[in-house]
Write a protein that binds this ligand. Structure first.
Ligand code: ATP
Length: 255
């Protein structure tokens, strides 16, 4: 596979409406050029059985406003490690990381958590929804953690659930929804704080082909319309057409 290949066209949404949302993260009224996230010279080793093994070896990476970049490559090639470093969940041994041109790799643990809360939305393979809360309240949680009143957070959660096609499920519990619907709730939750960056780890691994495609169509549309940047780790070649670029990892770098 070509590294950094850029498909010329994307699949268009079928039953899901396109949303006309004003980009809030980009500095102009259209999708602006420039990096949302830039990583330079990232290295990471793990010590296994007393021996250090380099998993990322001086890796450079960037993702721009409105762009979806996929990290692909064989098991053990370092995709999740890189995603965790980009999401400030893991610290690199060396290298620099800039989020909207602010250097973020050298911040304190508390500052890193704040950057994560304010600027990064996470989508996980297994959704990680709270079983006892409705779809609406799952989506609202990040805003309440930002100190917004519950009624306000719920209002915005309902708007987002409408945008992911789940208005009628706003009071449903995760256990009563399909995996595809749960992932759409998780996507709405990731977007509610209008983050600069969405990081998704195998977002379609627990979904069938149809549901996986619907989630990726939405992720693409919302990435463009919110001028968010998205980084997706995936093994699933069926969703490669939804990428602007595919970066294939191998031996601690890109192929
Ligand atoms: N906490 C850790 N301690 C020691 N080794 C680790 C740790 N996390 C990952 N590794 C090793 O680092 C390498 C890269 O792991 P990573 O999970 O980033 O790869 P991956 O490409 O995401 O793999 P997969 O596709 O299977 O999820 C693997 O050899 C893995 O065993």
């Amino acid at each position: 596979m070509n590294t950094n290949s850029r498909p010329t066209s994307h699949p268009t949404s079928g039953d899901i409406n396109a949303f006309a949302i004003t980009p809030r993260n980009a500095p102009s009224d259209s999708v602006a050029p420039g990096a949302v996230l830039r990583a330079e010279g990232i290295t990471k080793s793990y010590v296994i059985g007393g021996t250090a093994r380099k998993v990322l070896d001086g890796l450079d990476f960037r993702v721009d406003y409105g762009e979806s970049v996929f990290l692909a490559g064989p098991s053990g090639s370092g995709k999740t490690t890189l995603l965790s470093i980009l999401g400030l969940l893991l610290t690199a041994d060396s290298g620099e990381l800039f989020l909207r041109e602010r250097r973020v790799d050298a911040l304190s643990a508390e500052e890193r958590s704040q950057v994560r809360r304010d600027s990064i939305g996470f989508v996980f393979q297994r959704f990680q929804l709270i079983a006892a809360l409705s779809a609406r309240d799952n989506v609202a949680i990040p805003l309440t953690l930002h100190g917004h009143p519950l009624h306000q957070a719920r209002g915005k959660a309902e708007e987002l659930l409408e945008r992911v096609g789940l208005r009628d499920h706003r009071l449903a519990l995760p256990g009563s929804m399909s995996p595809g619907q749960c992932q759409r709730v998780a996507l709405a939750r990731a977007l509610i704080t209008e983050p600069a960056l969405i990081l998704a780890d195998e977002p379609t691994a627990a979904l069938d082909g149809v549901a996986g495609r619907a989630v990726m169509e939405l992720m693409r549309e919302l990435t463009t319309n919110f001028a968010t940047a998205t980084v997706v780790v995936t093994h699933d070649p069926r969703i490669f057409p939804f990428a602007d670029r595919i970066c294939e990892m191998e031996n601690g770098g890109f192929k």
